[in-house]
Write a protein that binds this ligand. Sequence first.
Ligand code: SF4
Length: 80
Amino acid sequence: MDNQSSKQEPPQKVIAVDVAKCIGCGLCVSTCPEVFELGGEDGKSHVKNARGCEQCNCQEAIDSCPARAISWQEMANSKS
Ligand code: SF4
């Protein structure tokens, strides 16, 4: 039997920052430093660990973002 692709995995969720909304305040970096970092040319928050943090699942960062720039996004299943 070689029916190996019949098992469906649930959609993966990834944490994302909308840089168009982000004001670079750094709150998310303080809350979840292993997930977000400020930097780059724009000085805005960027995700370095899209799976989110283990402690609060980044809900605290999402709730405290003054620009409402952080959200969970569903990713299509893809294997590479
Ligand atoms: S808390 Fe929101 S506005 Fe502030 S740096 Fe993070 S994503 Fe940007």
